[in-house]
Design a protein around this ligand. Structure first.
Ligand code: FAD
Ligand code: UDP
Length: 406
């Protein structure tokens, strides 16, 4: 059948039982579940001209499959999330590896026993590794903050080295902040690993959709009860009603085409934008991507190289490692991070998690808490640093609730 794309102007909103804003994993999983399990008619409102959110991929001019909103590698320990997406696509096993470019020498990231040998030489590395094992145990992951908190001078030496050569400059480029200034959960994503395991993730299930993410989303949203309106912004079709004119007055209804919509509204965009930033914009980091196609089968030694001590971009990804595509040419992508300051031309990629921003977000969230058919979901609407699998898990959980209520 294929995905059913409709023009918002032409549709009668009374024909739908649920509205989903956004067609990333949060929106697509909920839409599919409501249609399939509850027989609900769902309209998906998507501001971009394509489905798939940040997972969107497409073939570039050279015929290489590239990710348009950052490199996406699927990994999870959540069996339900993994089984769920495997329903919609053939799956390719892929285990991502990352190397840090350390002044032209490659160090495996997460920093591990192999990186230690390259950085310190075999003999010293053995001694330092023994010390790490004695302190933390073998095959253990330790955050850079934990390691830096150790008083032992040799552990301090390791910590200082990794801090300066892996975390400091990369984090400054990525966040405009030092590792001490970012939330500890951010650097904890990439621990120091007392192991020979060079994989970036150790999750039980890892891989990539065989034909790419866009094909996966096309299959997920291909359902007779799901219609999609592309290039349509929620703000432009929602009339928000509030309890009063006070700035913090709660939302009491969402009207569309002059009629209150009483079915579930699952909203996966940024909450501040829905409320036209009435309390000021929530801070995010945005990215620019620079693509290069080369006349070679491969130009990098692995999927991603992080530039931890040089360059103004953070990392380069070579897509053919991720996708398994065979092609005489290859396309790589450099990522440049910067503040998000223009919603018209930029994309909010990373919420900047800290107490002040969380409180700012909570003020927006509070506006919605009285409207029981409104459900904020996803990395943007929840202002969190969630991976894809967590979003799929959360979308399935919300769908369970909504299906049960139906
Ligand atoms: P999104 O994918 O952002 O989808 C939201 C959708 O809503 C978008 O299509 C957007 O256009 C639409 N939208 C927003 N506002 C409106 C509006 N007002 N009206 C209509 N539509 C709207 N996770 C991993 O597990 N592995 C990875 O390797 C990985 N790599 C990443 C790399 C980068 C650079 C980034 C930024 C993220 C990465 N992630 C990765 C995280 C992953 O992108 C998210 O977990 C995932 O996108 C969350 O899905 P979502 O549906 O919540 O949001
Ligand atoms: N990080 C770093 N050096 C690296 C890899 C990661 O300093 O070589 C830090 C940096 O602060 C980064 C965070 O760890 O933002 C999380 O890294 P991850 O690779 O998980 O980021 P993402 O893929 O989500 O951009």
């Amino acid at each position: 059948m294929g995905v059913q794309v409709r023009s918002f102007k032409e549709l009668d909103i009374a024909d739908y039982d649920a509205i989903v804003v956004g067609s990333g994993f949060a929106g697509a999983v909920v839409a599919r579940e409501l249609a399939e399990r509850a027989g609900m008619r769902v309209v998906v409102i998507e501001k971009r001209e394509h489905i798939g959110g940040n997972m969107y991929d497409e073939y570039d001019e050279a015929g290489i499959l590239v990710h348009r909103y950052g490199p996406h590698i699927f990994h999870t320990n959540d069996r339900r999330a993994f089984d769920y997406i495997k329903r919609f696509t053939a799956w390719r096993t892929y285990e991502h590896e990352v190397l840090a470019d350390w002044y032209g020498t490659y160090l495996p990231v997460p920093f591990n026993k192999n990186s230690m040998e390259i950085a310190f030489g075999e003999e010293k590395a053995q001694h330092l590794t023994d010390k790490l094992i004695e302190t933390f145990g073998d095959e253990r992951k330790v955050t850079i903050n934990e390691l830096r908190a150790q008083a032992d001078p040799e552990l301090s030496e390791i910590a200082d080295f990794i801090y300066k050569n892996v975390f400091l400059y990369y984090t400054q480029k990525q966040w405009g902040l030092t590792p001490e200034e970012v939330d500890p959960s951010v650097t904890a994503r990439v621990p120091v690993f007392v192991s020979r395991d060079n994989r970036y993730f150790q999750d039980a299930y890892q891989g990539m959709p065989q034909d790419g993410y866009t094909a996966l989303f096309e299959s997920m949203l291909d359902h007779e009860l799901i219609d999609i309106c592309l290039s349509t912004e929620a703000e432009s079709i929602f009339d928000l009603e509030f309890e009063s004119n006070e700035e913090d007055a709660p939302l009491t209804a969402i009207c569309i085409k002059d009629v209150e919509f009483t079915g579930p509204i699952v909203y996966t965009g940024p909450l501040d934008e829905l409320f036209l930033s009435r309390f000021g914009r929530l801070p995010y980091r945005s990215l620019d991507f620079a693509y290069e196609t080369h006349d070679a089968e491969h130009v990098l030694p692995c999927g991603t190289v992080n530039f931890t001590v040089t360059e103004d971009y953070t990392r380069i990804t070579e897509f053919k490692y991720l996708t398994g595509q065979e092609h005489p040419k290859t396309t790589i992508m450099k990522e440049y991070s910067h503040p998000y300051d223009d919603p018209k031309t930029q994309i909010p990629y990373y919420a900047i998690i800290n107490d002040e921003n969380n409180a700012h977000y909570e003020r927006y969230l509070k506006l919605t808490s009285g409207l029981c058919n409104f459900h904020p979901l996803g990395r943007l609407a929840e202002y969190r640093y969630y991976n894809m699998d967590v979003i799929i898990g959360r979308a399935l959980a919300l769908a369970d609730e909504l299906v049960a209520a139906e």
